[in-house]
Design a protein around this ligand. Structure first.
Ligand code: UT7
Length: 336
């Protein structure tokens, strides 16, 4: 039997038109553009409208994908996975809403794994495709995280944004495709970053909250550490060395965390995709949105080895190397 390798063959993304700048935030809380820029690299963030929810943004990202590659990109999709921490409701799954909206004959489920959720969805899709269970998976990261923000808490309110990114995952020929991925979790750190609780304490007594809570300093230390270890592990699993990486697309949480990882890997700045300045941290949407930007800028070339890594609540992390290309949709265009 021939080995099947799963790859990403189409991409699309969406960010809400509503933009909140650092200067806007200065007017409603005790913060400054200077503090936000120097600590995080964020200048603006895109925020969902009052009547705009995760499913709406997921739909828009799929519409963008269809605009770029044509309807044929959705033909034969037999599984939809939506990675999100902010589904419209616990059920129906946001993925079911996507399945119905695009008339797909497909199974559908949501996947919740904090910010690395989209990379977890990619790894799940890879396993479904490579086992023969699925032929074509639509894997989306969509987030309305600003609806969980405590606007009284300046230490988190300035960091987050909303958006969505969608990809098609299906068989490709080697050398293209996704190498074995790294998935990790350390539930001992569950109290450091949480949201959406329904009245529950952790075993250590930490009160889980409804609105987003983060111990920024501790999460920062974890992030720098895990960006280092997870990326090196993913590169090794791909049978490569850091110098083989043409493009680095990390989770967009903080420019300082991205820079630290880039330096440890010895990559030149032009090999790193940074969008956190424009979008803030939009969680599961951050990597597919950044990849779509990189594609539009001509920075993802056929055969490029692209390193993806993310981290977040749980604590959790994920990383993998994608060899870009092998797609079969000739009419790719930049979406307007
Ligand atoms: O995808 C989820 C993953 N999350 C992350 O990646 C976040 C990781 N953590 C971070 O990125 C950083 O820890 C932050 C950007 C959240 C904070 O930066 P920091 O350098 O760790 O600042 P800090 O929390 O140590 O706070 C320093 C000071 C404090 O004042 P004092 O106690 O030194 O007087 C804060 O009260 O900055 C103050 N501060 C602010 N000042 C102005 C906190 N938030 C703000 C703010 N504006 N928005």
């Amino acid at each position: 039997m021939m080995n099947v390798r799963a790859g990403i063959t189409a991409l699309g993304a969406y960010a809400p038109p509503k933009v909140v700048t650092n200067e806007d935030l200065e007017k409603i809380m005790d913060t400054s553009d200077e503090w936000i820029r120097t600590r995080t690299g964020i200048r603006r963030r895109h925020v969902a409208g009052d009547d705009e929810f995760t499913s709406d943004m997921a739909f828009r990202s799929v519409e963008d994908l269809v605009r770029r590659y044509g309807e044929e990109a959705l033909e034969g999709v037999d599984l939809v996975i939506v990675a999100t921490n902010t589904p419209d409701a616990l059920f129906p799954a946001t993925a079911s809403l996507v399945q119905h909206r695009f008339g797909l004959h497909a199974g559908a489920f949501d996947l919740l794994a904090a910010c690395p959720g989209w990379l977890y969805a990619v790894s799940a899709a890879k396993a479904y495709v490579e086992s023969g269970q699925s032929k074509k998976v639509l894997a989306i990261g969509a987030e309305a995280l600003t609806k969980l923000i405590n606007w009284e808490d300046r230490s988190t309110a300035v960091l987050f944004g909303d958006g969505a990114g969608a990809v098609i995952i299906e068989p490709v020929e080697e050398p293209y495709g996704i190498a074995p991925m790294v998935l990790g979790s350390d539930g001992a750190g569950g109290g450091l970053l949480h949201a959406g609780a329904i009245g529950r304490c952790l075993p250590d007594g930490t009160n889980l909250t409804d609105k987003l809570f983060m111990n920024g300093r501790e999460v920062y230390k974890f992030a720098v550490r895990v960006m280092d270890t997870a990326t090196l592990e993913a590169i090794e699993k791909a049978g490569l060395v850091p110098d083989d990486i043409e493009l680095f697309v990390p989770h967009q949480a903080n420019l300082r965390i991205i820079d630290a990882a880039r330096e440890r890997l010895g990559l030149a700045p032009e090999r790193v995709v940074v969008t956190v300045d424009e979008y803030g941290n939009n969680s599961t949407a951050s990597i597919p949105l950044a990849m779509t930007h990189a594609l539009d800028e001509g920075r993802m070339k056929d055969g490029d080895r692209i390193l993806l890594v993310s981290f977040g609540g749980g604590l959790s992390w994920a990383a993998g190397v994608l060899t870009w290309g092998g797609g079969r949709y000739p009419n790719r265009v930049q979406a307007g």
